[in-house]
Design a protein around this ligand. Structure first.
Ligand code: SAM
Length: 281
């Protein structure tokens, strides 16, 4: 019978955030796969866990996933941990998880710290709907396209960022998204935990004078629905009623539906649209 892969969340700063279940499980498995074995060794020593470690990181994730899968298929239980936080979130974990699922190996997740969720809850921004973006691409074209997509996003946006890229990312976000509210969450759960709740222009000014230090999660307000409505209304009011109705007909709506949609956009009754069209006939 195949073994089980345990995804074990580890603390993102404060070591007291490890769970009893994670400690017990790490002690019970045959092997622990970790992103940075040196870092993880310190964590394991701190909790008196003496189980062999093997490295599983971005640059060996495909080959190593095969090796780990073989062990799992031979009946061994394995654990996956990352440098910090929840495995498979912005780290190579997802490749191994997919391999296991494809090959009928049981995967189970032991929940715990996750930088994105911790930041979101502290942001003071809307938590009802959010879009987790991980690290923004460093590749220019891809990054530009993604930022353009994010401009339309109405959900709260969560981004991971390294300190040396923070200023550039804040500047790119400001250029494309405008002066949105942002909560810059730094060194979460650590002694120097700090949440800066501000707007992008102020954040940029601050980081012109202060060097970014530590780990960051950026939580950015989504686009307001009222702004989308206002922009739409502005666009439609530039059109004549006839052009407006025709635009909807060209999108495939029948005459009645097109008049109804135009009335909604212009904040008037359908009969007003009908009467205006009659006048132009
Ligand atoms: N899998 C982890 C998670 O979500 O729980 C995240 C791994 S990702 C490789 C590392 C990034 O998470 C960092 O660059 C930073 O953006 C964020 N992060 C991790 N720990 C943090 C902390 N204590 N405070 C703020 N951000 C943190």
């Amino acid at each position: 019978m195949p073994g089980t892969l345990y995804l074990c969340a580890t603390p993102i700063g404060n070591l007291q955030d490890i769970t009893e279940r994670v400690k017990t499980t790490l002690n019970s498995v045959y092997l622990i796969a970790a992103e940075d074995t040196r870092n993880s060794l310190k964590l394991l020593n701190r909790f008196d866990i003496h189980v062999p470690l093997t490295s599983y990181h971005e640059y060996n994730k495909y080959d190593k996933a095969e090796e780990l899968l073989e062990l799992l298929l031979s009946g061994k239980d394995l654990a996956l941990i990352t440098d910090a936080g929840t495995p498979a979130i912005s780290d190579p974990g997802e490749v191994l998880v997919q391999k296991c699922i494809e090959n009928g190996v049981l995967v189970t997740s032991l929940p715990g710290a996750c930088a994105a969720v911790t930041a979101l809850t502290l942001s003071g921004l809307s938590t009802g709907r959010f879009s987790f973006e991980g690290f923004l691409s460093r590749e220019n074209r891809e990054r530009k396209e993604l930022l353009e997509e994010l401009k339309k996003e109405t959900r709260t946006i969560i981004i991971y960022e390294a300190p040396h890229h923070l200023k550039k990312t804040l500047s790119d976000l400001y250029k494309v998204l405008g002066d949105r509210r942002i909560s810059i969450c730094r060194e979460l759960t650590k002694i120097h935990e700090e949440i800066m709740r501000t707007v992008l222009s102020e954040a940029l000014k601050y980081y012109e004078k202060n060097d970014p230090r530590g780990e960051y999660v950026l939580v950015i307000e989504g686009r307001k629905r009222s702004d989308i409505q206002a922009e739409k209304a502005e666009k439609y009011l530039e059109m004549s009623i006839e052009e407006h109705v025709r635009a909807y007909e060209e999108q495939g709506l029948d005459r009645k539906e097109a008049m109804k949609a135009a009335a909604r956009d212009r904040g008037v009754q359908k009969r007003d649209i009908y009467n205006a069209l009659l006048r132009t006939c």
